[in-house]
Design a binder for this molecule. Sequence first.
Ligand code: DGL
Length: 270
Amino acid sequence: MASDSRDRPIAMFDSGFGGLTVARAVIDLLPNENLVYFGDTARYPYGSRRHEEVASFARQITDLLVEQYDPKMIVVACNTASAVALDDLAAQVEVPVIGVLRPGLESLLKVTLTSRVGMIGTVGTVASGAYQRLAAEIAPRVDFRCAACPGFVEFVERGETGSDQVRVLAQRLLAPLIEAKIDGLLLGCTHYPFLARTIAEVMGRDVVLVSSADETAFEVRRALEASNDGRTADCQGMHRFVSSGDVTTFARLGRDLFGPELNHVECHNW
Ligand code: DGL
């Protein structure tokens, strides 16, 4: 256990590599903070699973992170898990729990000039209705379209982010949003920023892509400032990565996606 409670890490999790987009943003914004990242690669994808199952995985990982790492905050770096489990986790866990939905949506609403926006996510996220409810609550006048993109996550987990196959799939899945003439598109799955180049080319230059990663990092910073729990500027953050799947693959693909700091991955077997 850390002697200064501010040294406790920020813990975050996702089904696999996706939450690394959020980890990247948090590390860049808060380089002094310790961080532990858990990728549940043994059980990805979450987006096609039943909501109850994803919620129970989210609870299980949160309990593990709390027990093993004594974090000062949990970030649910996964839209699917945030959509189905965030409220329960926030109510049940003693440390603050931050999700990715609200930060992402608020950021999307800032970029639109036409009030016609879209969100893409997993089947689970779109079917949960969580984004639709949140949009109706905070921006009832905005025309908010959602589209599920089954298959995108699997391409990222295979490290295949720029292939012709992913482009063809994107053209098919994004067609209704192009038709709807949106001017802002929220990447409502933390894996999707790794496909941003393809998605941007398919959507065209008039559509601004928004990732929830940066806005979530700002939310983390706000929460730490509010509780006076941030580390001081002279501290150097330590970053740990844990995977429930094959750690060699996680380190190899993770380095390509995240950067060279991802040089060691610890294993957790369920
Ligand atoms: N990256 C996650 C999300 O944001 C999970 C994707 C999946 O495992 O299907 O929804």
